[in-house]
Design a binder for this molecule. Structure first.
Ligand SMILES: Nc1nc2c(c(=O)[nH]1)N[C@H]1C(S)=C(S)[C@@H](COP(=O)(O)OP(=O)(O)OC[C@H]3O[C@@H](n4cnc5c(=O)[nH]c(N)nc54)[C@H](O)[C@@H]3O)O[C@H]1N2
Ligand SMILES: Nc1nc2c(c(=O)[nH]1)N[C@H]1C(S)=C(S)[C@@H](COP(=O)(O)OP(=O)(O)OC[C@H]3O[C@@H](n4cnc5c(=O)[nH]c(N)nc54)[C@H](O)[C@@H]3O)O[C@H]1N2
Ligand code: SF4
Ligand SMILES: [Mo]
Length: 728
């Protein structure tokens, strides 16, 4: 489905009317009470993406009926995105995993013996103990995405596991967090601290809000547009957001750093930057000023294809509205392997606009604190983590490197990795180079996948554990620091239809099998939740019935009392980074041009569709009805030249000879001629995904090449080239 611009705005403005209307309804909600019409409303929070909007699920005549936004929740403001509303389809999905499975035959054959929970967990515990005995507990790793994995993480840490990684760092927002930390001394975090709703000028570097449906950001984007904010969109593809822009800059892919440097050049040479902010809080500004003097708009034009006039006009537009002017830091930023430096450049443009802790720029998130449950301490390990031996990537974070664990599994260095637990991440589709992932899997003694559908990673597992979907379980508390501090509860709305179990139950049972009972002093999850909520001074019953609790309102801008503090070594905003210089990296970002595609090839770009989440929603019958295959965007001049048109099917072949599944052409002027674009998540190869098998093409399959960011170790994936094969 295409979300037209009109529709996009409708969705967003309806939000506010909706919120006002249902405010009264919500105050009457008492979870688990059925009204005279046979309807029961249960507050919970969404899990179709990692935004985790507060929601109200409706049960009618004992069956899951619909899900809406919880009007009290500041993330949804009473309105879910199309994926969140379609969450109902997850409960009813006929492709769901139904019972624990143990592999028979070779890995990848998708042949299974159905097991009881006891059999499956005994099998896992037995293998874990063997690995521990031979190699140590560090030889087991957890790949985890999402809050649902918290309890399993706890069991594994109690067992002595230290290697815990998430794709949200090395394949998603890692470079942004590190780029901002190096500059301002702080992360951007999630939900982002971007004050989009109050901004007067917003520049989006790729961030395709409107297709990227992170709910609050899309609502706030619509609000900014309604308020007359100037929008600047920098994207090789005319995105939905580009349709809202005053300035659309169709940049040559991979050259954004050149644009950012020349924006800085204009802001400084034309004296348009926030001098007070820079004088007071800046560090190393003189060296920075010298360095960027070479990056004129005329120079950047040759790199980016954006005219000097457009560069000057957009830099001036940003300056005109400062400090209520914002260059969005992006979210999925592992693009070209020099991404920390590009993110640092974004941070520096923002620093010149003086927008840190200021309205319309970056606000300071109001912190929500809920105490942890008092567990015994985890065992300590003498070993270093395996994902970053010898501190190869000096600026990685706690979230770790998925690719680092894969590498350690392949090389057995710094020590062998023999067991993988994979919770809520479809590693085959989310990591670059599928062959490398499969080779690593084939070196394992144990691969356990915990999922809700038979996604690609489950095909390769030794044991598959079926989790109850989010609408059927309690989960950990979602604690949010945002404009207001708040926390959300997830609680069961309906029962799991088959043998599926909640993540907390799986983690606790596995701990029992491993004799780790002391780490689960609570007998029931509600005992755990109640402890945490009551020790923070809130009523658990109220939490359950409203779905949300709020912390104290706090100042979020400097004019409200937020102190301008920067947790960098200099205590200032670092225009020049000694930290980077010490490790031999450029202390001020320096431009290196990307490789060009060979003749006849196009750069492969990819992104989001409004109605799908990565590779996890294509079987959801509600969402599939809105979009059941992806298309490849090809510039129409190119399409004409090679004799293809919209609706034709083609295949893509990448630089390493990998050929995609067949995929529909979208011939359009809305993309440059040097790249093609597709939505990520389609082209499923797991046969058990009957609702999505072989529909559309997988970008992941074509991403055999990746470039590692030397600063933080993330995998830049926009570095693959494809050519077009005709389908007879
Ligand atoms: N509907 C939906 N929304 C989602 C998600 C989802 O699965 N579904 N996932 C969420 C998550 S976790 C993330 S991280 C975000 C990701 O979403 P974003 O962070 O907004 O975007 P990306 O996926 O990095 O970028 C895709 C856009 O960048 C453009 N682009 C590609 N290469 C370049 C380049 O070299 N320069 C520039 N300037 N632009 C380029 C593409 O044309 C495309 O428009 O989306 C979030 N929102
Ligand atoms: N080629 C390519 N790779 C990418 C991206 C891209 O655009 N293109 N985007 C990158 C980005 S930004 C990110 S954040 C990552 C995302 O990477 P992943 O987190 O791996 O994303 P998904 O493909 O959605 O996989 C989530 C898995 O969790 C399962 N799941 C869903 N709900 C539950 C649940 O309640 N419990 C359990 N146990 N499992 C559940 C789903 O069925 C699915 O198998 O991918 C990154 N990798
Ligand atoms: S943005 Fe959409 S899918 Fe994500 S949590 Fe919110 S409603 Fe759910
Ligand atoms: Mo992401």
């Amino acid at each position: 489905m295409k979300l037209t611009r009109r529709k996009f705005l409708e969705i967003s403005s309806a939000t506010f009317a909706g919120a006002a209307l249902s405010q009264n309804l919500i105050s009457n909600i008492k979870s688990n009470d059925t009204d005279e019409l046979g309807i029961r409303k249960v507050p919970t929070y969404c899990n179709i993406c990692f935004w985790k909007c507060g929601a109200i699920a409706y049960v009618r005549d004992g069956k899951l009926w619909k899900i809406e936004g919880n009007p009290l929740d500041p993330l949804s403001n009473g309105r879910l995105c199309p994926r969140g509303s379609g969450g109902v389809g997850m409960h009813y999905d006929p492709d769901r995993l139904k019972a624990p499975l143990i592999r028979k035959g070779n890995r990848g054959d998708e042949k299974w013996v159905v097991a009881t929970w006891d059999e499956a967990l005994n099998y896992i515990a037995d293998k874990m103990l063997k690995i521990k005995e031979t190699y140590g507990p560090e030889s087991i790793a957890l790949f985890n995405h999402g809050i649902g994995g918290n309890f399993l993480k706890h069991t594994l840490r109690a067992f002595g596991v230290i290697n815990i990684v998430a794709p949200s760092f090395a394949q998603c927002r890692g470079p942004r967090e590190i780029g901002f930390e190096l500059t301002f001394g702080d992360y951007i975090g999630s939900p982002e601290r971007t004050d989009i709703r109050n901004t007067k000028c917003l520049a989006l570097i790729g961030s395709h809000l409107g297709e990227n449906m992170h709910n609050t950001q899309v609502q706030d984007f619509a609000k900014a547009i309604e308020n007359g904010a100037s929008i600047i969109v920098v994207d090789p593809r005319f995105s939905i957001a580009a349709g809202k822009a005053k300035y659309y800059l169709p940049i040559k892919p991979g050259t954004d750093l050149a644009l950012l440097l020349s924006w800085m050049n204009v802001l400084v040479t034309e004296n348009l930057y926030d001098r007070d902010f820079v004088d007071k809080y800046g560090w190393g500004f003189e060296s920075f000023k010298n360095e960027i003097s070479a990056y004129t708009p005329e120079w950047a034009y040759i790199q980016t294809g954006i005219t000097p006039e457009q560069i000057r006009n957009t830099a001036r537009e940003l300056a005109l509205h400062k400090p209520a002017s914002l260059v969005h830091p992006g979210r999925h930023v592992n693009w070209y392997g020099n991404d920390t430096q590009r993110s640092r450049a974004i941070a520096l443009v923002n620093a010149l606009l003086g927008n840190w802790n200021r309205k319309g720029g970056f606000f300071k998130p109001a912190e929500m604190k809920i105490p942890k449950y008092p567990y015994p301490p985890y065992p300590e390990s003498q070993r270093e983590k395996a994902d970053n031996p010898d501190n190869k990537y000096p600026f990685i974070s706690e979230e770790g490197l998925t690719n680092g664990i894969r590498e350690a599994t392949l090389t057995e260095k710094p020590y062998p990795i023999k067991g993988w637990f994979v919770y809520g991440t479809n590693l085959i589709e989310s990591m670059p180079n599928q062959l490398e992932t499969i080779e690593a899997i084939n070196k394992l003694d144990l691969l356990v996948a915990i999922d809700v559908i038979p996604s690609e990673i489950t095909s390769w597992a030794d044991v598959v554990l079926p989790e109850a979907v989010y609408l059927e379980r309690f989960d950990d508390i979602s604690v949010n620091s945002f404009y207001l501090p708040f926390a959300l509860i997830r609680q069961p709305v309906v029962n799991p239809p088959n043998e599926q179990k909640p993540g907390w139950w799986i983690a606790k049972k596995l701990a029992e099998k491993l004799n780790l009972n002391e780490y689960f002093p609570w007998t029931d999850i509600e005992e755990y939740l109640k402890y945490r909520i009551e020790s923070a001074g809130y009523s658990y019953d109220e939490f359950k019935s409203k779905g949300i609790i709020f912390g104290e309102k706090q100042p979020i801008y400097d004019n409200e009392g937020v102190k301008q503090e920067f947790f960098t070594p200099s205590g200032k905003v670092e225009f020049y980074s000694n930290q980077l210089a010490e490790y031999g990296f450029d202390p001020i970002p320096r431009y290196i041009p990307p490789d060009d595609p060979p003749p006849g090839y196009f750069r492969l770009l990819f992104g989001r569709a409004p109605v799908h989440t990565f590779s996890q929603t294509q079987t959801n019958r509600i969402l599939r009805d809105m979009m059941n295959e992806n298309e490849v965007w090809i510039n129409s001049d190119i399409a004409n030249r090679i004799g293809i048109k919209s609706g034709d099917y083609i295949r893509l072949k990448n630089q390493d000879g990998i050929i995609s599944n067949k995929v529909k052409v979208k011939a359009t002027q809305k993309i440059r001629g040097d790249c093609v674009y597709m939505v990520h998540g389609f082209g499923h190869r797991s046969k058990a995904l009957s609702g999505a098998y072989m529909r559309g093409a997988s970008d992941a399959e074509l991403i055999t090449k990746y470039k590692i960011d030397p600063i933080m170790g993330g995998t830049g994936m926009n570095v693959n080239f494809v050519t077009i094969l005709m389908e007879d």
